[in-house]
Design a protein around this ligand. Structure first.
Ligand code: ADP
Ligand code: 5GP
Length: 186
């Protein structure tokens, strides 16, 4: 079986985090890269688990020191993938990166055999509904996230697979079968 980087992208609120949590439960051989960000933690988020929360100064120092495999600025924050964790883990297993479309396409250029999976919402209305129901975003943060949906939907054409997150269990099974197929390629 190959060890491959697996990028999961899609608009904010589509269900990426929920899907990734299920993937990790169902396939314990997978590991997830924990990103660094300058955005503030949401209630319930734990540093080192959802993200590693750092200051802008700290993040910028790490950029200069080449600590990131890729990084991007969106939603008034910096988000980046720590390089050493991903490179070390790929020697042993496949690594999930839940990152945005810019990061995903950059990762594909930098890492061999990167698998790009884009998660589609059933509709714009359902996406807005999920984001609102999650109840974690301020009006401003909600607006920023919805404004970026169009851009992300254009970039999705460059992804290897798109998976519709209508029913969660069905979507998780589809993603798992794609991962299995790709890991088993020669
Ligand atoms: P993302 O990580 O893409 O921003 P989340 O995983 O936080 O999205 O999901 C956003 C909200 O949608 C959460 O409240 C989650 O429970 C809900 N959700 C995820 N998948 C589904 C689904 N298939 N059907 C209904 N609600 C869902
Ligand atoms: P949120 O603030 O809602 O947690 O995440 C906003 C966006 O940032 C999501 O699309 C998420 O996938 C993306 N993201 C999270 N970590 C990284 C990262 O390390 N690099 C990049 N490029 N995007 C990231």
């Amino acid at each position: 079986m190959r060890n491959i980087p697996i990028v999961i992208s899609g608009p904010s609120g589509v269900g990426k985090g929920t899907i990734v949590k299920e993937l990790l439960k169902k396939d314990p051989t997978l590991v997830e890269s924990v990103s660094m960000t300058t955005r503030a933690p949401r209630p319930g988020e734990v540093s080192g688990k959802t993200y590693i929360y750092v200051t802008k100064e700290d993040f910028e120092r790490r950029i200069r020191e080449n600590d990131f495999l890729e990084y991007d600025e969106h939603f008034s924050g910096l988000y980046g993938t720590p390089r050493s964790f991903v490179e070390e883990q790929l020697k042993k297993t496949s690594v999930i990166l839940e990152i945005d479309v810019v990061g995903g396409l950059n990762a594909k250029k930098l890492l061999e055999n990167t698998l790009l999976i884009f998660i589609d919402p059933p509709s714009k209305e359902e996406l807005v509904d999920r984001l609102k129901k999650r109840g974690t975003e301020s009006e401003q943060a909600l607006r920023e996230r919805l404004q970026r949906v169009k851009y992300e939907m254009i970039m999705r054409d460059q992804y290897d697979y798109t998976v519709l997150n209508d029913d969660l269990d069905r979507a998780v099974e589809e993603v798992l079968s794609i991962i299995e197929k790709e890991r088993n390629k020669e």
